[in-house]
Design a binder for this molecule. Structure first.
Ligand code: NAP
Length: 492
């Protein structure tokens, strides 16, 4: 089956940080796939910006090398590679200096009115300088829009500084705060499952749902991100954005329409209903860990402090916490969140654990009646499994079995599922902000995170150690088992 593709309008996309890791590993491969599929008009342009003094040709070669892996994985893309590279240009600019900006602005404005997207794929420390210069040179006018990457600050105060600076150059409707988790197929399927089926919504509340688990587990360690990560940690890097956004998608009320502000209003209400976790609650409701040496994917790996080259860091590489949404729908339903580096498996999933049936009519010999679960997997192998009880097939009396109704998207539909960045980039060009975060959402998320950070600051103990390749510190198991529940495993 071929995916349906509707071409977008012609655009100029400027990637600040066009030579960086994110641009070369995610943005340009995503754009290439969209181009190869026919979604990007031929007269669109993609312009990389960084300080390195490269010619257009040298930039195309660098991007060509980065795209080699994409072509290797899908040989059908090869014939479109040269034409895609021709769409690319490069401009050497320092975001913090004025030199070259006039010429750059003239070059862009010479095209006349067309959709202009500025993707800030640089350290957030440059957002203010870039937005000020875009404004000074009139590049923020008309339908120009800006995309900003996480981290949007390290607490509410610093997020407000970034939001103010970007907001002084672009109106809110033209600011696209990207959280690529929202671009994942499964997350949109969560909306479809909830709001396009009659089956789930009547059960989607504390009467029928026992609890929710959200896990985002990585097997990688620090990679090359030590400088950034050791000033951030898992709570800021993952929970404040990705995990809370997923929680919002599960917990929000049905929006009146699949329209940006309607969806974002509902997510905001969830963030504002999160019960605060302050100094008194943090010890009971949160666990932070830091990995020690262990094994990952069958090879020995060093601990966090060894990777960092310092032994005094108290930054957490793992967080588990119990969140509660204080509203009518979710009263008494815990949301257990966990995320970490160097865990046993790379997996991101949302588990909706339903309550058990109120009474079993079966003989003990039939086996236990296990509660239903809806498991939405974001990666790897995006898909949905609905765990049900059925009769063990065949003769020999009535025995019960807990089995998944399994819908792996790739197998079920046989189409290339666009990567999150592909979809979101095209949404920016279309001007559709539904899957992007509004300023008040980002700030509400920080308002919930700030007291947890302050509580951790206030205690002297170090994060709990865990062995690389495990599922985190034993305290994370205790966090959920204290409530008589367990973390989901695929066969459970
Ligand atoms: P990176 O590899 O360090 O790239 C930074 C880019 O910014 C380079 O192209 C660099 O080129 C350019 N740059 C640095 N200083 C500049 C200046 N003064 N003026 C103009 N350009 C400048 O970083 P990254 O990993 O791509 O990450 C970019 C942003 O996305 C960061 O905020 C990061 O936290 C966020 N992010 C990254 C990922 C990821 O997977 N990498 C995922 C999520 C979010 P020159 O040095 O030549 O100027």
């Amino acid at each position: 089956m071929t995916a349906k593709t509707v071409p977008v309008d012609t655009f100029d996309l400027v990637i600040f940080g066009g030579t960086g890791d994110l641009a070369l590993r995610k943005l340009l491969p995503g754009l290439f796939r969209r181009y190869a599929i026919g979604q990007i008009p031929e007269d669109s342009r993609i312009i990389g910006v960084a300080r390195d003094p490269l010619s257009d040709q040298a930039y195309r070669e660098r991007v060509g090398q980065a795209l080699a892996a994409v072509v290797q994985a899908d040989a059908s893309l090869q014939p479109r590679l040269a034409a895609f590279l021709d769409r690319l240009g490069y401009r050497a600019l320092d975001a913090t200096k004025d030199a070259g900006w006039h010429e750059f602005a003239d070059q862009l404005l010479a095209q006349g009115e067309r959709i202009r997207v500025f993707y800030l794929s640089t350290s957030p420390g440059l957002f203010v300088a870039i937005c000020n210069r875009l404004q000074a040179h009139g590049l923020n006018r008309g339908s120009a829009r800006v995309v900003i990457e996480k981290p949007i600050g390290k607490d509410s105060a610093s997020a407000a500084v970034i939001n103010d600076a970007v907001g002084s150059a672009f109106s809110e409707s033209r600011i696209f705060r990207i959280d690529h988790y929202l671009g994942k197929e499964t997350v949109q399927n969560l909306m479809a499952l909830r709001f396009a089926n009659i089956l789930f919504e009547p059960l989607w509340n504390s009467n029928y749902i026992d609890h929710v688990q959200i896990t985002v587990a990585e097997t990688v360690g620090l990679e090359k991100r030590a400088g950034y990560y050791d000033t951030s940690g898992a709570l800021r890097d993952m929970v404040q954005n990705h995990l809370l956004q997923l929680l919002c998608m599960v917990a929000m009320e049905p929006p009146a329409a699949m329209e940006a502000d309607a969806v974002r209003d509902e997510k905001l209400k969830v963030l504002r209903a999160l019960r605060p976790i302050g100094a008194e609650e943090a010890a009971q409701m949160t666990v932070r860990g830091q990995y020690r040496a262990g094994a990952s994917n069958g090879r020995a790996v060093p601990g966090y402090l060894d990777e960092l080259g310092r032994n005094d860091s108290r930054i957490e590489t793992f967080v588990a916490l119990k969140a509660e949404v204080d509203n009518w729908r979710w009263a008494g339903v815990p949301f257990y969140l966990r995320t970490g580096k160097r865990l046993a498996e790379r997996v991101s999933e949302i588990v909706i654990a339903f309550r058990p049936v109120p009474h079993s009519i079966f003989e003990p010999s039939a086996g236990p009646v296990v509660a239903n679960k809806l498991v939405m997997r974001l990666q790897p192998d995006e898909g949905v499994k609905l765990w049900l009880m059925i009769k063990d097939p065949g003769p020999g009396g009535l025995r019960l079995q807990h089995v998944p109704l399994d819908m792996s998207f790739a197998e079920a539909f046989g189409v290339h599922q666009p990567e999150a960045y592909e979809r979101l980039l095209m949404d920016v060009v279309r001007g559709n902000p539904t899957l992007f975060m509004r300023r008040d959402e980002v700030e509400a998320a920080w308002n919930w995170i700030d007291p947890i950070l302050a509580a951790w600051e206030g205690v002297r103990d170090a994060p709990k150690p865990y062995t690389a390749g495990s599922w985190g510190p034993s305290a994370a198991v205790a966090l959920i088992e204290r409530d008589g529940r367990t973390w989901h495993e695929d066969s459970a």
